[in-house]
Write a protein that binds this ligand. Structure first.
Ligand code: URA
Length: 206
């Protein structure tokens, strides 16, 4: 089965999830969207209000910032990459996800990882960076320590790069952090270009 079909099948399972109480208060499940054939995976924290209403990740204010950088710095459309979150249902009032919610929900992210097998993972903020670092056996300290750096792990018979950056929503509260977010995207761009050049094919962009 191709990756698109596998993601559709997985979404059917996610739409029936009752592994934690967040499914009771959500409007829609937000499994993630984009191109599962892409080698680039963005991972955020959890759906907010807009995402909960639309059932799509990053469609509110933070999404606008993320999309702007995907468009203007990476020169990509969001449909070319896959975007998801650690948590698939909105936590009430956008509170931080609880440890046990992350534990229950992460089976879906792990299944998505195993279908997509990305070559480049961009984690957005503390929660997704911590989760991905632990999943790949890296030691997580803090997002500010790891942001903008490139981490390489061996997985799926290839080198997988992980580049953490701050959460786009944080740039709304700390105006001077927008520069950090942009800077990290230039690092991401450099890695995509290097990879494409060295392999001689558009390895990341299908
Ligand atoms: N913040 C996130 O982490 N994810 C979304 O989908 C929206 C806002």
């Amino acid at each position: 089965m191709d990756k698109k079909k596998l993601i559709e099948e997985l979404n059917k399972e996610i739409f029936n999830c009752n592994r934690c109480p967040l499914y009771l208060s959500k409007t829609n499940y937000v499994p993630g969207d984009g191109n599962p054939e892409s080698n680039i995976l963005f991972i955020g924290e959890a759906p907010g209000r807009e995402e909960d209403i639309k059932g799509k990740p990053f469609v509110g204010k933070a999404g606008k910032i993320l999309e702007e950088n995907i468009n203007k710095i990476l020169n990509l459309d969001r449909e070319k990459v896959f975007i998801t979150n650690v948590i698939k249902c909105r936590p009430p009032n956008n509170r931080d996800p609880k440890e046990e919610e992350i534990k229950s929900c992460s089976i879906w992210l792990i299944k998505q990882l195993e279908i997509i097998k990305p070559s480049l993972i961009i984690t957005l903020g503390n929660h997704s960076t911590k989760f991905i670092f632990e999943y790949f056996g890296l030691k997580f300290e803090s997002i500010m320590k790891h942001r903008g750096k490139v981490y390489e792990v061996k997985k799926w018979d290839k080198i997988v790069k992980i580049i953490p950056t701050i959460h786009p929503a944080s740039t709304l509260y700390h105006k001077d952090w927008r520069d950090l977010f942009d800077k990290d995207f230039y690092e991401i761009k450099k890695n995509i270009e290097n990879e494409n050049e060295s392999s001689g094919i558009l390895k990341y962009i299908k």
